[in-house]
Ligand binder design. Structure first.
Ligand SMILES: [Fe+2]
Length: 297
């Protein structure tokens, strides 16, 4: 689909005109920030990436996975902020996680070379410590030709696929979809349907499939894409969320019909490498079995 420039936007996603407008606005923003002396401050803000620790209470988490740790990275856009991989590794500080997940947008540009992005990603992955490896999905800035190089680095790229971890009678599944912003196909829905059989973490680039995932029984939905607004008004109110739907889920932790969701603010930036009134983040999640949990399903 990508090589033929075909999209599958279930929710009337943005067309090319939207991107041309956005690129124009980015240029205006850059000029305005430089003219007002705010550009350097925005760049400093962008590099001030936070490590956030989160305990998640999940009622259906199987007992064997109580305390399971997940490093969640999103929206690295590595070619837009060269060296960001080193900042991320500094934040993680050699810590080992049970699993590391990447929810897309490794590159800044929508088209073009992938080399610089893959070089940064290779350095990042080489420095991560994860007992069950690194799982990833593609975002709307990514290219299907990244899958091969990423898998050669040891990353398991889930394109509408599922992996299962088994501990005795207990199972934890991770389902990863293709980018639902541009390629929300029936294959993504079929992949999410596996959530009916076991506790499931869904990796989806954007929050836009929140209702389908909740309906199909996903327990934890990890996504990014929005950068929490990246350039926000005072108080963190976003100007642009890049979402066709589910805009209320543009940042932070949320719930929908019993499913817990996290929209990662991303470590990198898109367009202009600045942030205002929002902060990039690396999430260290610990899954906890909430009261009423069960050992298997
Ligand atoms: Fe994105």
């Amino acid at each position: 689909m990508e090589t033929e420039n075909r999209k599958s936007r279930r929710y009337g996603g943005k067309g090319p005109q939207h991107w041309y407008t956005l690129l124009f606005l980015m240029r205006v923003l850059k000029v305005a920030l430089r003219a007002t002396g705010q550009y350097e401050r925005g760049v400093r803000n962008a590099w001030d990436v936070a490590l956030r620790e989160m305990d998640l209470a999940l009622p259906r988490l199987p007992a064997a996975f109580d305390g399971f740790t997940v490093l969640h990275l999103s929206d690295l856009h590595l070619d837009g902020m060269p060296g960001l991989e080193r900042v991320v590794l500094e934040r993680v500080d050699g810590r080992e996680f049970d699993m590391c997940v990447l929810t897309g947008d490794y590159r800044t540009e929508l088209h073009g070379p992938i080399g610089p992005t893959m070089d940064g990603l290779r350095s990042l992955v080489a420095g991560l410590r994860s007992r069950h490896g690194v799982l990833a999905v593609l975002g709307n800035h990514d290219d299907c030709h990244m899958v091969g190089p990423m898998e050669a680095m040891g990353i398991r790229v889930l394109v509408n696929e599922c992996v299962r971890l088994v501990r005795g009678p207990d199972v934890l599944q991770v389902v990863g979809t293709d980018d639902v912003h541009y390629y929300f196909t029936d294959q993504a829905v079929h992949a999410l349907e596996t959530a009916r059989s076991a506790f499931t973490i869904a990796l989806v680039h954007s929050p836009e499939a929140y209702d389908v995932a909740a309906e199909l029984g996903v327990d934890l939905y990890l996504c990014g894409h929005t950068h929490a607004g990246q350039v926000c008004l005072p108080g963190g109110r976003p100007v642009i969320t890049h979402l066709s739907r589910g805009r209320r889920f543009f940042r932070g932790t949320w719930t929908h019909r019993g499913m817990v969701g996290i929209t990662n603010a991303g470590a990198g930036t898109s367009g202009v490498p600045v942030r205002f009134n929002t902060r990039g983040e690396v999430l260290a999640l610990t899954l906890r079995r909430a009261a009423g949990g069960r050992s298997a399903r």
